[in-house]
Design a protein around this ligand. Sequence first.
Ligand SMILES: Cc1ncc(COP(=O)(O)O)c(C=O)c1O
Length: 398
Amino acid sequence: MNLKNDFPWLVKNKYIYFDNGATTLKPNCVIDAIKKYYVDYGTNVHNLDSKFCYQTFKAIQNARQTIASIFNAQAKNVVFCSGATEGLSLIAHGLAHVLPKNSEVLLNDFEHASNLIPWQHETKSKHFKLKFAKLQSKKIEDSIFNAISSKTKVVSIALTSNVYGNMVDYKTLVTKIRKKWKDIVIIADAAQYIPYKNVDTKCGIDFVVCSAHKMLGPTGIGAVYVANKWLNILPPLRFGGGMNEVISHSSFTYAHEFEKFEGGSLPSAQILGWQAAIKYLNKVGREKIYQHGLELKKYFVKRAKEIKNLIIFNPNTPLSIILINYKKVHSQDFANWLGSKGFIVRAGLSCAKLSKHPLKVDNFVRVSLYLYNTKQEIDKFINTVKKFKHGDELSTII
Ligand SMILES: Cc1ncc(COP(=O)(O)O)c(C=O)c1O
């Protein structure tokens, strides 16, 4: 795939961008869609008092439908929020009010902080506990299913871990859970999954969250898919204009469907930018992008074997996220050195701090690839690392 010219950052900066798990670069069409909003529409979406407001209203309505398509859902089930973090905070906060005493929320050690801390925070004032599925088998789905007990009321998992690069076969898992436990709430953190594949919520998922910036869209926008049954039950997180219907001195009533959760002015430019990103990804082909990533990962792993000091922690997972370390060099120092040679990577535990338990390492360098990365870039990376000598990292510590 030769798409570099679509990405002004890549044209301008002569760096190799291997940090797509953190955020992705934006194609021209996304930047153009944001500009179009400010130049052509410019108005708030809640107000239908002029032709400009109406245009914005129609554009956002249309974008909501495009975004619903990545969940195979209807537009009314799409709640805009600032990203996966706010989405998971909304769900954890809302469910904490309805969870029975002594119930359990099931997570696992690969969860991102945004699917851990909101739950931990709620356990301080509510009477439920967290339980962590241990990786007992190669299949994460089996570990999760086997950890469910009669106390489990919520299963909240990342469909793809931002460090391990696994892919949960969520349809099989959800079907298995639903056969035995109809009422368990199933939450999918699709922040790293949806850049590659849509999530088919029809299989019985209650909530899905994602962030636009991980899939070529703008920062500051994401969405929660909220299943019909929760639209009424779940309380909102943001209170104010737009989310109410009737207000008196002492009370108010909620607006309906997604509006109830979208208090305040919507980030219209970001929503329209996100729509453009989805259209771009669909045009290139999501499956093609996924296969491209897989091929790059296999190539990276094969070439990395040429360097005896390079350790790879997840050579066989199916997503183009690769965790490495250089023997006897701290990951932060190695990442700085790579940065000085023109490669942008991420060091540490990438916000999945409990992953140090299953991975048995407390820091690593994450290389995360996406549609604009190439085998030539991997060759450059490997050839550069081949020249690395212990001690070189000391020259580049910031
Ligand atoms: C798996 C996963 N979940 C949630 C998040 C949080 O996303 P955001 O920071 O866009 O809210 C991330 C971000 O890296 C992630 O990788």
